[in-house]
Design a protein around this ligand. Structure first.
Ligand code: PMP
Length: 361
């Protein structure tokens, strides 16, 4: 096998090697069933056990109480941009959106095409370089919910504290930082996350919904687009993304075996400290793209003195086996996506490369 690369892809992204090895070893004959989990029925006992355990593991890893429904849906996080307002904004109600980045903005735009939207914070004019202070987020007391994006994948900014919304339900797109740190996940009424960054492969989206919020869902939504349908049927109303759910279960087990979110957070803190440390140690050459107190632990964005050097940085890194670092096409620059499965060794190798590159430039 050729050597595995340092993989900073923003999603689909690096998966834990141990998980991939388990998938490989079980692929042709899943636990003595004589067939692959890819080939077994979603109603078979083998898959039902995987599904049940994956649901339990989401609750265990995130520390969620039994009144949270755990759903595995298709369509990516982008589908939730539409389904959340369709399901949770009642007749005559308004949903509030915090606009902190490209995906937060997409979620808001989708909601605007469906219902009334109140812009609770607009970060666009400042090019999304910072996050709002809690008292800058303003919304009506009777809003159907307040929507935030906890980590802005493209810009490299992240919420480090969350608004206390009282009786207004808090909804979060956590696609790019779910299960990366310890959090009071119970402050959220609904969380959704495409799996392809921290939880598994693309094709499955995790949705967790607290029961009291689900009880407010509209009843006039088509069956297949209703969260309640999927909650009532353990995501088995129709054929779910079976392979994604299976891999998510393995990734959650891997998180548990690494000390749960406390262990993952320790490692992620060490990784981001090492990488931001290298950026800040050479301020005339590497410049963090986001304001310091808004910096993401997951997507580290930076600029070099000019675009030509940035292109050379990407090309030279590739020669060293460091991949996936070209910034999103909408913002340019460099982005290291350092999700859970990226190792401290990967970061050390990168920091060594950055030092060498700067000295030779
Ligand atoms: N939200 C965030 C924060 C994201 O990073 C992404 C994808 N990069 C999306 C939503 C869209 O996810 P999907 O491609 O699964 O629809």
């Amino acid at each position: 096998m050729s050597e595995r690369k340092v993989n900073f892809n923003p999603g689909p992204a690096a998966l834990p090697l141990d998980v991939l090895k388990t998938v490989q070893s079980e692929l042709l004959d899943y636990q003595g069933s004589g067939m692959s989990i890819l080939e077994s029925s979603h109603r078979a006992k083998e898959f039902e056990a995987v599904n049940d355990r994956a649901i339990e593991l989401v609750r265990e890893v995130l520390g969620l109480s039994a009144d949270y429904h755990v759903l595995f849906m298709g369509g990516g996080a982008s589908t939730q941009f539409a389904l959340v307002p369709m399901n949770f904004v009642g007749e005559g109600q308004t949903a509030a959106y915090v606009d902190t980045g490209s995906f937060a903005n997409k979620a808001m735009k989708e909601a605007q095409s469906i219902t009334n939207v109140h812009v609770a914070f607009n970060g666009k004019e400042e090019k999304y370089r910072r996050m709002p202070a809690m008292d800058e987020i303003k919304y009506p007391a009777d809003a159907a919910y307040l929507h935030i994006c906890s980590n802005n994948t493209i810009e490299g900014t992240q919420f480090h504290t969350f608004p206390s919304t009282g009786s207004v339900p808090l909804v979060a797109d956590m696609s790019s930082d779910i299960a990366s740190r310890q959090l009071d996940y119970s402050q959220f009424s609904l969380i959704y996350a495409g799996a392809q960054k921290n939880l598994g492969p693309s094709g499955v989206t995790l949705v967790v919904i607290r029961d009291d919020f689900l009880a407010t869902a509209r009843k006039d939504v088509p069956t297949i687009l209703s969260h309640k349908t999927h909650a009532d049927n353990k995501s088995l109303y129709n054929t779910p993304p079976v392979f994604g759910i299976y891999i998510m279960k393995l990734v959650l087990e891997w998180i548990q075996s690494n000390g749960g979110l406390a262990g993952v957070e320790r490692l992620n803190a060490a990784k981001k400290d090492l990488l931001y440390g290298a950026i800040d140690a050479a301020p005339d050459f590497y410049k963090g793209a986001a304001e310091k107190d808004a910096r993401s632990w997951m997507n580290v964005t930076m600029r070099l003195p000019d675009e030509e050097l940035e292109a050379k940085f990407v090309a030279d890194a590739k020669k060293e086996g460091i991949l996936g670092i070209k910034g999103h096409r909408s913002v340019g620059g460099i982005r290291f996506s350092i999700y859970n499965a990226v190792t401290l060794d990967d970061i050390q190798k990168t920091v060594d490369f950055m030092d060498k590159f700067r000295k030779s430039a």
